[in-house]
Design a protein around this ligand. Structure first.
Ligand code: MLZ
Length: 265
């Protein structure tokens, strides 16, 4: 096709480097995804992480599963890697002496949960234990550097994996900035987050990597770009190493609220 995103070209154009594989809590070779739509498993409720619930695989994308908690609505789907410690085969919770819980926002009366659980598991296709892969170990210490490129989940649109740049590093945390989106989707996360991947991850898993956005940050460093009409329509090529000054919102401390002027899209 005409304009496909290509990391090799992009790294050259932006004169940047990919974050090394060993920085990430991801396996060097992405785990194979053997799951099928409709299979059931146990998952920690993302909105109530101490609860273990029954989930159904609603979709498959690369090494990830799109999951929906049984008894929940269709507005709270979430995505997990097949080697996530948040998911396990049906029976695991009971084996450990735990009890399966209704999801937050269980659509029926709480008293109908035991019967609902029996019905939802009756005749269900349970994902085999061999489909669940071991979570890779945590990398220590944080070896990310400002300016390194990566692929990252857009937490506002978690089905999307997008080209991103490390915008800041503080202790065990990194600031993930999305190329071409003027900061609207950026977030702080731990360096061992399962939401960030090395360059090339999507092409290995067969997931679709989104192209960078078209929005160029309005900062002094982009003034040159604006004076050259032929370049105005080019993609933003964020490279914090070369584009000081960093906009104020980029230098936020971890754990604070959204930057101003941010709108969900
Ligand atoms: N609906 C949005 C998606 C933006 C995704 C950005 N990811 C970093 C839009 O197209 O504007």
């Amino acid at each position: 096709k005409s304009e496909q995103f290509n990391w090799d070209d992009y790294l050259k154009e932006t004169e940047s480097v990919a974050a090394p594989l060993h920085c990430f809590r991801q396996s060097r070779i992405p785990p194979t995804n053997d799951f099928k739509v409709g299979m059931k498993l146990e998952a920690h409720d993302p909105r109530n992480v101490t609860s273990v619930c029954i989930a159904t695989v609603i979709g498959i994308t690369g090494a990830r599963l799109r999951l929906r908690l049984d008894g929940s609505d269709n507005k709270n789907d979430f995505w997990r890697l097949v080697d996530s410690s948040d998911i396990q085969p049906i029976g695991t919770c009971e084996k450990k002496g735990g009890m399966l819980q209704p999801p937050l926002g269980f659509q029926m009366n709480a008293s109908s949960w035991p019967m609902f659980l029996l019905r939802t598991l009756n005749g269900a296709e349970m994902a085999p234990a061999a489909f669940f892969k071991k979570e890779p170990p945590k990398p220590v210490p944080n070896c990310f550097k400002v300016g390194m490129k990566l692929e990252a989940i857009d937490r506002k649109n978690p089905y999307l994996i997008c080209p991103a740049t490390i915008g800041d590093v503080k202790g065990d945390e990194v600031f993930v900035t999305f190329d071409g989106w003027r900061g609207a989707f950026d977030y702080w996360c731990r360096c061992d987050s399962r939401d960030i991947f090395p360059v090339g991850w999507c092409s290995l898993t067969g997931d679709a990597l989104q192209p960078p956005g078209n929005n160029v940050s309005i900062t002094k460093s982009s003034a040159k770009i604006q004076s050259s009409p032929s370049k105005v329509t080019r993609r933003s090529m964020q490279s914090p190493q070369k584009s000081a000054p960093v906009p104020a919102q980029r230098s936020r401390k971890p754990g604070r609220g959204k930057p101003p002027g941010q709108s969900a899209v």
